[in-house]
Design a protein around this ligand. Structure first.
Ligand code: AMP
Length: 172
């Protein structure tokens, strides 16, 4: 995990004063840490009967599609508003900085399909909790949530207390 942590770059005051942005681009640029992070993300969920991985735009797409590939399942993009062309369902929620909406296609998930939710950072947990709610509204069952980074002080895990939460790197 030390190897992964070395590849996370802290950017103070981005995108707003007071936020320390966790930049994962060095980690995904390096083939070893990219592979290691994806393997570690899926590790607890191997053999758990995952049917689909869902990832949040945009950094959840990077880790989510690779995780889906490794698990041998399909990927569902949870997108920012106005991007999806077909019938869709949306959900709005609060962020550490501002508010946001995510959308998924109405036919993205079959009834009872087991979904693993993946994103780069768990901060306040608003994004992940909303994503889980959206997936459940579409008929899916949440198998768990996995993050490369967890910002402990923001207590995001509390918003996900009915789910299995797995994170690779913890920051106070
Ligand atoms: P939250 O809904 O507060 O858990 O925020 C999680 C979402 O916002 C994730 O999609 C992250 O990519 C992004 N995010 C929140 N805080 C940070 C941060 N400090 N550094 C990088 N990304 C962040």
């Amino acid at each position: 995990m030390h190897r992964l942590k070395q590849q996370i770059r802290d950017i103070p005051d981005f995108p707003e004063p007071g936020i320390v942005f966790k930049d994962i681009t060095p980690l995904v640029k390096n083939p070893d840490t990219l592979r290691l992070s994806v393997h570690q993300l899926i590790h607890p969920f191997i053999g758990q009967g995952i049917d689909l991985v869902a990832g949040m735009e945009a950094r959840g797409f990077i880790f989510g599609t690779l995780a889906a590939w490794e698990l041998g399942v399909g990927f569902i993009p949870l997108r920012k508003p106005g991007k999806l062309p077909y019938h869709k369902k949306s959900i709005s929620y609060d962020l550490e900085y501002g508010s946001a909406t995510l959308e998924a296609h109405s036919d993205a998930i079959g009834d009872g399909q087991r979904v693993l939710v993946i994103d780069d950072v768990l901060a306040t947990g608003g994004t992940a909790a909303a994503s889980c709610q959206l997936i459940e509204q579409l008929g899916g069952q949440i198998s768990g949530c996995a993050f490369v980074i967890e910002l402990n002080a923001l207590n995001g895990r509390e918003k996900l207390n009915s789910y299995q939460v797995h994170s690779l790197l913890n920051y106070d």
